[in-house]
Design a protein around this ligand. Sequence first.
Ligand SMILES: Cc1cc2nc3c(=O)[nH]c(=O)nc-3n(C[C@H](O)[C@H](O)[C@H](O)COP(=O)(O)O)c2cc1C
Length: 158
Amino acid sequence: MNDPLFNITYGLFVITASKDGHDNGCIADAFQQLTSLPEQVSLCLNKADYTCELIESTGRFTASIISEDADLELFQTFGFQSGHNVDKFASFGAVRRLPNGTLAVIAGTNSFISVNVEQTIDLGTHLLFIGKVDEKEELNDAPSMTYAYYRKKFLNKH
Ligand SMILES: Cc1cc2nc3c(=O)[nH]c(=O)nc-3n(C[C@H](O)[C@H](O)[C@H](O)COP(=O)(O)O)c2cc1C
């Protein structure tokens, strides 16, 4: 039997942030809509992630919604290495600069949502960011990738 927590359905996102002309991003599942009027969302990131540091100091991020078209390279680029050590965007060009200064990832994704952070809650190992949607756009109608789809496609796990 599975841990019931594994049976919660999650999406997958490239979370991007920028500071002083430097861009970074990581993969996260813990992004979700909280309310619709106004449109508020939350994001939970590990404090060790460089992206978490950038969001904490700038109060802005963009969540690009990963689609089922995404290849393993997207996860390798943004999820398996840290911006503390590498410039992830040096070798990744499928981006669009948004008015809030962050980059949207426009390949292997179907939409992006930019957020202005209004509250940050310290959860010990992680920070929980709560904010309002600033800008959003659908890029195509490819289905969003769930964590379960990722595990099956790339890790061969059910
Ligand atoms: C499928 C997948 C899901 C992930 N979900 C999260 C998450 O929800 N929160 C988080 O803090 N890190 C998550 N990670 C790990 C970060 O993407 C990873 O630690 C990344 O290297 C951090 O990069 P940074 O230090 O440049 O921000 C996930 C990674 C993968 C591959």
